[in-house]
Every structure is written in structure tokens, then in C-alpha cells.
Design a protein around this ligand. Structure first.
Ligand SMILES: *[C@@H]1O[C@H](CO)[C@@H](O)[C@H](O)[C@H]1NC(C)=O
Ligand SMILES: *[C@@H]1O[C@H](CO)[C@@H](O)[C@H](O)[C@H]1NC(C)=O
Ligand SMILES: *[C@@H]1O[C@H](CO)[C@@H](O)[C@H](O)[C@H]1NC(C)=O
Length: 440
């Protein structure tokens, strides 16, 4: 009897290994390679500025239509957007918020070549970075049907990498392989392949942000950044039950008292975004800041939310933790708002790339963490160097000028207080009763 059971177990696990075997091996390999770099200190607040500033680059869509003049020209423009924003804001960190490349449109085998180009403005400036996957990053190539009509199949496509007699196909680069390439080629990358039991999701990891006075990786961080793979491309647009459980385990281990503020990043908005979205209307301006709709802050609201396929518990979990202050997503190029929902903020980034649909002006959402006094704020920096939609995540929205002068004061205070290295996170976070502040 025992033998029968054993054989059954072996054959079941055998078939699982067949299905996920390759992906799991790549992931384990990725995590092993990473083990050697895990001694790298966590990113943290710079003691000069007293702040940690993050730029969110969303929906860059590199690599589109590389066989035309149009495609490469878009990537050049996206690089200019990123360069301007990085030079104006001088962030400490960049989060690439998915759809870094449009793999369904990349007519070469190795999409990492475009991934590398997309990361280069940050890398060339020595800025640390991390990434999550969007729905386009590992999509299979879609053969343009006009190649098979009069225009013919472009030369470039089959000669560059397929120089053998082998078949000419561009099946896309897997999430795990994209991540391995990113990490191996960028010593400024803090991305992780995530645990193998969360496959096919890959970009699932947590990154602590240090206090300026923190001397090792073991003391409690100032803020925790969570990155989740919201699927799409090679599998459904979803945050799985396994990811929810993983988040629960991680957060209760790293932040059992919910005393450390937490920010969450993924690509595709959850269904809750649809519930809080301001109605789309021609009178956009009246809907934001001071309008009738729950204090949303933003500048464009030109689309309906295109959410994940279903909701399996991540939002209930996040809203049960007062320490979670905001979620940041990309995906909808025509939305850039933050709206309050339960005890946290649901925010869109801002379409950064010239690739992808939509011609709304490009920009990037910025997030700033100051240490002393503790604050969490955000605004959008545009390609033309203007900024707007300033917001504090403790509930007060300001217009641009007020925020900038406020930050000036923060900087002065930070420099003063840093001598004492007062760690105020615990007090600030636990006394921050957001429901009262919003009044809803
Ligand atoms: C990690 O480092 C160890 C010792 O420094 C080395 O032997 C090993 O080959 C490295 N592993 C990888 C995957 O680079
Ligand atoms: C794909 O491109 C990346 C980035 O340039 C490189 O590191 C990697 O070796 C390439 N992989 C293959 C199979 O060519
Ligand atoms: C990171 O990579 C760059 C370029 O490849 C190299 O110049 C630099 O020394 C590396 N830094 C570390 C800490 O390994």
C-alpha cells in the first residue's frame, strides 16, 4: 500500500516538475547568483539631504517596431524624458513599474537588449533601481500581418541573431531570464527573482529603506517597499492567492507591529481602483483636489481603469494594515491620479515612455520620504520640467508651491536633527490615524 502511494506521489510531482521545472531551475539559479550580492547594503536616506527620493518610470514600452524609423525614434524620446527628470529631480532610486519593453513587438530573440537600453539613463547616472513586470514584458511576438503582404518581411528580423539554419521565431524572453539579465548586468539593481513557489509570478520581493544613521542591515528600516508581479503576458493578469499569503508572511515577519510605513508597487491596477476612480468627464479639473470626489489628486483622467481580472485578497490584506500608506501602479497611460480608499491611497504613476498608446504629455511620479520629521509625499514631474499633483500621504494635499516651501523646511530640520539620529518611525506611523484625517 505504501508503495502505491509513493509511486503516485512521485508521478504527480514528476508532472509538476515537467511543467514548472525549467522556470523553477532558472529562478533558483537566479536566487543563487543573487545570494552573493545580498551583502550589498540596502538603499537608504542620504545623510546630506535627509531624504530618499524615488522616481517611478512607468510604461516605457521600449523596442516597438524596431524595423521602422518610428520605433527607435520613440525610444530616443523616452530616454530624453528619463534623462530630464533624473537631472531635474536627482532621485536616489528609480522603480521601473512594468511594461519596460513591448515584447510582442520585439523582432529579436533577446528582449533584454531593449530592457538594458531602458535602464541605461538611471544606470549611467549611478542611480540604484528595481523593477516589476507588466503585461507586455514577456509577451510572445505577434507577427505583423502586413509583413506577409506587399511590404515583405524586413531583413533585419531574421539575420541578426538567427544566423544558423534554425527557425526564425521570436517567442519572447521569459520573466526569469529578463530578471537574471537585469541583475547580472546592473550592479545597481535591487530587483529579485522572488520565491519559486510564486511562479509564474517573478518580481515579488521586499526592499527596506534604511535610516541615514542605520549601520547594518539588521536594524529596523525607515520604510518597507513591496514589489509584486501583477501578471499579464504569459499568464493571467492577477495577484494570486499564493502572493497574498507570501505578503502576509513577509509583512508579519518584517513589520509585526505595523509600525514601519509600507509602500506597494505593481503594474496592473486592482479592481479597487475602478471603485475609487473619479468619473471621466470633460470637466476634468473640477474633479480633482477640492472637487466632489473623495479628495482625488491628479491631472489626467482620460480613460476608464483597466483592472486585473479578479481580486483574490491582496486589497483586503493591505487595507487591514494601517502601515500600508499607498499602492502605485502604471498600465493606464491616460490616468495619473491618487485617490483615497479605505485607509490608504491608490495611485497611478504617469506614462513615462513614448512607446505604447496615447499621446498625453510624458512624466514620472516622484515619491519622497523624509526622515525627521517623517513624511511621505509625492508629485508628478513632467518632461517640460513642470510639476503638479503634489500630495502628502498623511492626508493633506497641497499645491506645488506650498509643498516646495514645506520641503525646504524639512531639509533644514533634517540636517539639524540628524546629529541626534532620532528614529521617529514608530511614533509617527502608529499615531497616524488616516481615517480621521480623510473624514470618510
Ligand atoms: C558566489 O560566491 C562564491 C564564493 O565567493 C563562489 O564560489 C560562487 O561561485 C559564487 N556563485 C555564483 C553563482 O556566482
Ligand atoms: C541577452 O541580452 C542581455 C543584455 O545585453 C545579455 O546579458 C544576455 O547575455 C543576452 N542573452 C542571450 C542569450 O543572448
Ligand atoms: C558596477 O559596474 C560598473 C560598470 O560595469 C563598474 O564600473 C563598477 O565598478 C561596479 N561597481 C561595483 C561596486 O561593483
Amino acid at each position: 500500500m505504501q508503495w502505491v502511494v509513493l509511486v503516485l506521489v512521485l508521478s504527480i510531482s514528476g508532472s509538476i516538475v515537467n511543467v514548472f521545472g525549467e522556470a523553477m531551475m532558472i529562478n533558483r539559479c537566479c536566487n543563487e547568483r543573487l545570494a552573493n550580492s545580498s551583502t550589498k547594503p540596502y538603499p537608504g536616506v542620504s545623510s546630506d539631504s535627509g531624504r530618499f527620493k524615488i522616481a517611478l518610470f512607468a510604461d516605457l514600452h521600449y523596442g516597438e517596431n524596431s524595423w521602422t524609423d518610428w520605433g527607435p525614434a520613440q525610444d530616443v524620446k523616452s530616454e530624453i524624458v528619463m534623462s530630464r527628470i533624473l537631472d531635474a529631480e536627482k532621485p536616489d532610486f528609480v522603480v521601473f513599474l512594468g511594461d519596460v519593453v513591448t515584447a510582442n513587438n520585439i523582432a529579436i530573440r533577446n528582449a533584454s537588449l531593449y530592457w538594458e537600453k531602458a535602464l541605461s539613463p538611471a544606470r549611467n547616472r549611478g542611480i540604484s533601481l528595481a523593477s516589476v513586470f507588466g503585461n507586455h514584458d514577456d509577451m510572445a511576438f505577434e507577427w505583423p500581418s502586413d509583413w506577409f503582404s506587399s511590404s515583405g518581411i524586413p531583413d533585419l528580423v531574421c539575420s541578426e541573431e538567427n544566423n544558423m539554419c534554425s527557425s526564425c521565431s521570436f517567442e519572447g524572453t521569459s520573466r526569469s531570464q529578463l530578471m537574471i539579465n537585469e541583475i547580472e548586468n546592473n550592479n545597481l539593481s535591487y530587483s529579485r527573482c522572488g520565491p519559486s513557489d510564486l511562479l509564474p509570478g517573478v518580481s515579488n520581493y521586499v526592499l527596506p529603506v534604511h535610516h541615514s544613521c542605520q549601520t547594518n542591515n539588521d536594524s529596523p528600516p525607515l520604510v518597507l517597499l513591496y514589489f509584486l508581479d501583477s501578471g499579464g503576458g504569459s499568464y493571467p493578469e492577477i495577484i494570486s492567492n499564493a502572493q497574498v499569503n507570501w505578503f502576509r508572511t513577509q509583512s508579519s515577519h518584517l513589520n509585526p507591529k505595523m509600525s514601519i510605513p509600507e509602500l506597494v508597487f505593481w503594474h496592473i491596477p486592482s479592481l479597487a481602483y475602478k471603485k475609487v476612480a473619479p468619473p471621466t468627464s470633460s470637466q476634468q479639473d473640477r474633479l480633482f483636489s477640492g472637487g466632489n470626489r473623495k479628495h482625488c489628486v491628479g491631472s489626467i483622467n482620460y480613460e476608464t481603469v483597466d483592472p486585473q481580472e479578479t481580486e483574490l485578497g491582496i486589497m483586503d490584506l493591505l487595507s487591514s494594515r494601517p502601515s500600508v500608506k499607498a499602492v502605485f501602479v502604471g498600465h493606464n497611460h491616460g490616468l495619473d491620479w491618487c485617490c483615497p480608499w479605505r485607509n490608504l491611497w491608490l495611485c497611478f504613476a504617469r506614462h513615462t515612455g513614448y512607446g505604447g498608446y496615447g499621446n498625453w504629455a510624458r512624466g514620472a511620479r516622484m515619491i519622497q520620504i523624509t526622515e525627521d520629521p517623517f513624511s511621505l509625499s509625492s508629485w508628478i514631474r513632467m518632461e517640460d520640467d513642470t510639476s503638479h499633483s503634489h500630495i502628502y500621504f498623511d492626508g493633506k494635499a497641497f499645491d506645488g508651491m506650498q509643498l516646495i516651501s514645506d520641503l525646504g523646511i524639512h531639509h533644514v530640520l533634517s540636517k539639524f536633527w540628524l546629529h541626534f539620529c532620532v528614529i521617529t518611525t514608530l511614533d509617527v506611523a502608529s499615531s497616524n490615524s488616516q481615517n480621521q484625517i480623510y473624514g470618510f
